[in-house]
Design a protein around this ligand. Structure first.
Ligand code: PLP
Length: 433
């Protein structure tokens, strides 16, 4: 008789967390048990204000039963089927139609995937394939911005404006280069240096998120869009964080009067309920692939592209944004969030700068002194805020907040109070010995 297998458990948990110091996490993990609205509860029953909307995605707040019901109904009718070749399903068709209708360029096409990094890799390959099939294969170079973040897939890692994310992997994708994040002139110079006819695309988050919440100066977005258009370089707006109300508009980039060639979306698209991302391609980019005869095949796509249950989640989320009028709130609340954070950080020597006022997201940059004294100060501030009942996100040199669009005025006050309490606690702790 076969010996009974006893599941064995090592002394540390088996789960390897992303972007995490597993030595420390293995000793103490923070177990989230449930979430509703703007709050989450840990395994011990303690409630926290989710000032980050999880990882920048629960824009509608947590626990949306409408999304759960839509997914459940979908799983019971058509649970899963691919859309490779001529296979199609209703939810993915409807989702593509709705996203195309939001695009600045009428007649846009939509490529679906599983998340933001997936969308970035897709956009990079569409850009290169577009020029390849136009007979300009030498147009392959990709330009990105310092501090930008475009995920951790192959192309996203090669476009890492946060340098440490690109280190330690060996050679990455060739033909990429970085420019200053805040200077259109730097893009112009880089195009001159490379020869614009060698450049396929420029990647740009409207507001840089994970790289520290860096707002574009007035005129920046229009200027880089114009430079790209003038040189025939595709303008890729990475709206993975900025979309779905975060900046008070549907797509994020539509806050500016520009027409990107490619737009990447994920996160708030499904409110994070299920993994889904998308690339919207302007007709000028997509058209050759849709030609009646001799159209090139875009040999790209992941198993779960167009997954009906994921698309049903996204459709239900889009219905909620619309029905509850939540999209403008990213703009309506931007001033109030900036005020709360200015008050919360006023007089703290630990804070160098609050970056806020464009969309419902903000970065709090710690002072150089605080960071020199303890490079782990952002992580310690996160823990101190958590202790005060507010979840914030540590970034390289500070913390970020991006609460659900459903946050109330009282809850914004709670957010500010929690950060103020966290800063006071960090100040009391001083430099760890
Ligand atoms: C702007 C931006 N692009 C791309 C990504 C990658 O998305 P994902 O983590 O879903 O792969 C992220 C993730 O935070 C992001 O913020």
């Amino acid at each position: 008789m076969a010996e009974q297998q006893t599941p064995h458990r090592s002394s540390t948990p088996a789960l390897w967390h992303p972007f995490s110091d597993m030595g420390a996490v293995s000793r103490s993990e923070f177990l989230i048990a449930s979430a509703e609205g703007c709050y989450v509860e840990d395994a011990a029953g303690r409630r926290y204000l989710d000032a980050t909307a999880a990882l920048w995605y629960s824009n509608l707040g947590h626990g949306r039963t409408e999304i759960a019901d839509a997914v459940s109904a979908q799983l019971r009718s058509l649970d899963a089927y691919s859309i490779f070749g001529d296979y199609a399903n209703e939810p993915s068709n409807r989702l593509a139609e709705r996203l195309a209708a939001l695009a600045p360029a009428p007649g846009s096409k939509v490529f679906l995937g599983s998340g933001g990094g997936d969308a970035i890799d897709t956009a990079a390959k569409i850009a290169r394939a577009h020029f390849h099939h136009r007979g300009e294969p030498e147009r392959a170079h990709l330009i990105y911005r310092r501090h930008g973040y475009h995920g951790t897939h192959g192309f996203g890692t090669s476009l890492a404006g946060i340098e440490s994310n690109a280190e330690g992997w060996g050679p990455l994708i060739a033909d990429t280069s970085v420019v200053a994040y805040d200077d259109p002139g730097a893009l112009e110079l880089e195009l001159a240096r490379l020869g614009a006819d060698r450049v396929a695309a420029f990647f740009c988050e409207p507001v840089i998120g994970a790289g520290g919440v860096r707002l574009p100066a007035d005129g920046y977005i229009e200027a880089v869009a114009e430079i790209c258009a003038r040189h025939g370089v595709l303008f890729v707006a990475d709206c993975v964080i900025c979309g779905f109300g975060r900046l008070g508009t549907w797509l994020g980039i539509d806050r500016w009067p520009v027409r990107p060639d490619l737009i990447t979306l994920a996160k708030g698209l499904s409110n994070g309920a299920l993994p889904v991302g998308a690339v919207i391609a302007a007709p000028s980019v997509a058209a050759p692939f849709f030609a009646d005869s001799a159209a090139p095949v875009f040999r790209h796509g992941a198993t779960y592209a167009g997954h009906p249950a994921c698309c049903a989640a996204a459709l239900a989320a889009l219905d909620l944004y619309e029905a509850e009028g939540l999209i403008p709130r990213g703009r309506e609340l931007e001033g109030a969030l900036a005020e709360k954070l200015a008050a919360a950080t006023a007089g703290s020597d630990l804070v160098a700068e609050v970056r806020a006022g464009l969309g419902l997201l903000a970065g709090i940059e710690l002072s150089a002194e605080a960071l020199v004294a303890d490079p782990a100060a952002p992580a310690r501030l996160q823990l101190a805020c958590r202790e005060a009942g507010v979840l914030v996100r540590p970034l390289g040199t500070g913390i970020a907040v991006s609460p659900p669009l459903t946050i109330t005025a009282d809850q914004l006050g709670e957010l500010g109070d929690g950060i103020a309490a966290g800063l006071r606690a960090l100040d009391r702790q001083g430099v760890p010995g």
